[in-house]
Design a protein around this ligand. Structure first.
Ligand code: SF4
Ligand code: SF4
Length: 179
């Protein structure tokens, strides 16, 4: 997102390919990692329509999802994220900021019927993010990835993990399954 007009015409400008993904040629990289991660995101499962055939949501819920859907899949956020940029071996366990937007949208959607907190934690690896906000800084669409998507998902995952009622329920369920 840097305008060339800010440089001195004599200055040398260096352009490099996205570093996190394998280079195919020149500036072209193989971003298939992202398509594999996209396939792992659960689909939207809304509750049944109202008796008059419509869905109803509050305007603020509509706007929250609209921010996330501004993503143009440039993958700049994915390439600057140090979790995969510096650690190739993390790629299997970490979906990356672009896909945390998808988990956040599902998890905060008022019509969604499934609970995605376990998937966001176990499959997408949201716990590996340490909120450095590099992804937010580079997003050309100005999406507040860390504040509006990642932190709310992390909070919801933590609520589930440390909620005493959830803990008690899991113990009772496990005991009754054992017996
Ligand atoms: S805030 Fe999290 S997801 Fe974003 S770049 Fe930093 S570690 Fe990666
Ligand atoms: S940087 Fe922004 S627009 Fe690009 S993939 Fe990430 S969220 Fe989407």
């Amino acid at each position: 997102m840097t305008r060339l007009s800010i440089f001195d015409p004599e200055e040398t400008v260096t352009v490099t390919p996205l570093r996190t993904f394998p280079v195919i040629r020149d500036l072209v990289t193989d971003v298939s990692y992202n398509y594999e991660k996209a396939k792992q995101v659960p689909t939207f499962a809304p509750e049944p329509r109202q008796p008059d055939g419509t869905y109803r949501m509050q305007q603020e819920d509509v706007e929250r999802g609209q921010e996330f859907r501004k993503c143009i899949e440039c993958y700049l956020c994915q390439t600057v994220c140090h979790v995969v940029r510096d650690h190739e071996d993390n790629k299997t366990a970490f979906a990356g900021p672009r896909f945390f937007l998808r988990y956040a949208e599902l998890e905060m959607h008022p019509l969604e019927t499934n609970d995605h907190r376990e998937a966001a934690s176990a499959e997408a690896g949201v716990g590996m993010c340490n909120i450095t906000k590099c992804c937010t800084e580079v997003c050309p669409e100005g999406i507040k990835i860390t504040d509006n998507a990642i932190i709310p998902v992390k909070e919801r995952v933590a609520d589930r993990k440390y909620d005493p009622l959830v803990w008690l329920g899991s113990k009772i369920f496990r005991r009754s399954s054992d017996t």
